[in-house]
Design a protein around this ligand. Structure first.
Ligand code: ATP
Ligand code: MG
Ligand code: MG
Ligand code: MG
Length: 468
């Protein structure tokens, strides 16, 4: 059985053999894109290459890119623990063509890798194409020999990618793996959000340029951008349905089980998943210079850490535990990502301190919350005021409260929460009036975080530039 580390290697080697330059992962904090919270895809480090603003001495590249999707346009934080396929931190394997090969070669390279190198059974694979992309449809027929009923035409933004309102864009084609009828879930594009059909690889055909919003012109030299989740392909290759059962994550789940004395497979499985995932996100974010704080990126990290700590508490552990998992992570991933070894001590110490500090308020906040939910009927809705108090007095990020309520089959009055937040902001604005701009940044960042901004644009504003 191939290990996750071997699969990463095999992917890089395969494309290297096909004349792709192996490029290292860029950091999680994007260097060249102030509009983005975290690197969330392999193409991020190549944005300026695709637009022609930057030149590199190769026209094909392959990477395994560190990604975090825990805020902004792609936010999978609230999926973690509950789906088989989502992480906040994951690795995206990708091959890129900068005006070199296009659709046909991209489909051929992908198909050969999954069916010949990785040896996946063809009858388990499906492809989606953008609704009017006949080229791609025909290529899946011709190159891969896929039968018509396993090529699905999908409309909507999932299958049409754009860098922004202007710039490169084009149709996508996604490869799905069918984990079998025993897993609940409908086919790609259906409303049934199960995990039977798992998207393993997304191919983006950068075919057009948008000089002005809404205007589309064919690019003279179209490009290719692809992304495949390492953990998802590892699950398939290791005969697992759930990403958290692959060697790398299973090791962390078991370490968490050993420390807590709670089985990784029973009722508390979601908690172990959250702990394993959030530990990785925490360590990798710190390795790239993010530290927990109350605003911007640091606040996203703090939210991740606190969400994990709540699950540690849920396992019945009443002392800091996350930091004890760090050695396991470093031994599993430190050979490829040497930065982990460099920050091991910092991560350990910071986790220990943050956990220790949060423990008291977590305890009291949970007590307050359970007193409040006890007053509610089954499936009830928690008043927004309570969630606000948990946020304001006990340091509960709202996603933490939401996560607890979800576990109890309850909902949050989101509207009420926002109103309470707004009232506090209005008061803060009044209090800060005339005292300089620094405080406005904080308020502004909070607004973005809480509003779940579609894209993180904070750094474009002059007042926030001091944070760069
Ligand atoms: P999904 O629909 O399953 O949420 P996606 O369409 O949002 O995935 P893409 O943006 O196309 O994902 O990213 C490219 C690939 O990266 C996906 O095909 C998948 O294999 C992987 N991937 C995306 N998000 C995650 C995640 N949160 N955790 C693990 N792998 C992911
Ligand atoms: Mg997604
Ligand atoms: Mg998708
Ligand atoms: Mg996709």
């Amino acid at each position: 059985m191939l290990t996750t580390n071997e699969i990463r290697r095999q992917f890089l080697d395969y494309f290297h053999r096909h004349d792709h330059e192996i490029v290292s992962s860029s950091p999680l904090v994007p260097r060249n894109d102030p509009t983005l919270l975290f690197t969330n895809a392999g193409m991020v480090q190549f944005k300026n290459v695709f637009t022609g603003h930057e030149h590199v001495p190769y026209n094909r590249a392959v990477t395994s890119q560190k990604c975090v999707r825990a805020g902004g346009k792609h936010n999978d934080l609230e999926n973690v623990g509950y789906t088989a396929r989502h992480h906040t931190f994951f690795e995206m394997l990708g091959n890129f063509s900068f005006g070199d090969y296009f659709k046909e070669r991209a489909i051929e390279l992908a198909w050969k890798l999954v069916t010949e190198e990785f040896g996946l059974p063809r009858e388990r694979l499906l492809a989606t194409v953008y609704v009017d992309d006949d080229d791609a449809y025909n290529l899946w027929r011709k190159v891969a020999g896929l039968p018509e009923d396993r090529i699905l035409r999908i409309s909507g933004s999932d299958n049409f990618w754009a860098m922004g309102d202007t710039g490169p864009c084009g149709p996508c084609s996604e490869i799905f793996y069918d984990h079998g009828p025993e897993v609940p879930g409908g086919p790609p594009g259906s409303d049934d959000e199960g995990d039977r059909f798992i998207e393993i690889w997304n191919l983006v055909f950068m075919q057009y340029d948008q000089p002005e919003p809404g205007q589309k012109v064919e690019l003279p030299r179209p490009s290719i951008d692809t992304g495949m989740g390492l953990e998802r392909i590892a699950a398939v290759l290791q005969g697992k349905h759930d990403n958290y059962d692959i060697d790398l994550l299973r090791g962390l789940m078991e370490a968490s089980a050993d420390l807590s004395g709670v089985s990784p497979d029973g009722e508390y499985r979601p908690s172990h998943k959250v702990i394993a995932d959030h530990l990785r996100a925490t360590a990798f974010l710190m390795a790239d210079g993010v530290m927990p704080s109350n605003e911007g990126r640091g606040y996203v990290l703090r939210r991740i850490m606190r969400r994990a700590m709540r699950h540690v508490h849920k396992l019945g552990v009443r002392e800091p535990m996350m930091h004890k998992l760090v050695p396991q992570l470093v031994s599993a991933m430190g050979d490829h990502f040497t930065e982990l070894r460099r920050v091991e001590a910092l991560v350990t110490e910071t986790l220990k301190m943050e956990e220790g500090r949060f423990q008291g308020t977590l305890e009291r906040g949970l007590k307050m919350l359970s007193d409040e939910t006890a007053k509610l009927p089954d499936g009830g809705t928690l008043p927004g005021e309570v969630a606000f108090k948990l946020y304001d007095t006990y340091g509960f990020p709202v996603d933490l409260t939401r996560d607890i309520l979800r576990g109890e089959g309850m909902a949050l009055d989101e509207q009420g929460f926002h109103e309470a937040m707004e009232r506090q902001r209005a008061a803060a604005r009044k209090a800060w009036a005339g005292s300089g701009e620094a405080a406005w940044d904080t308020v502004w960042f909070d607004v973005r975080d809480e509003a779940g901004a579609t894209e993180f644009l904070g750094y474009e504003h002059d007042t926030a530039s001091a944070h760069i």
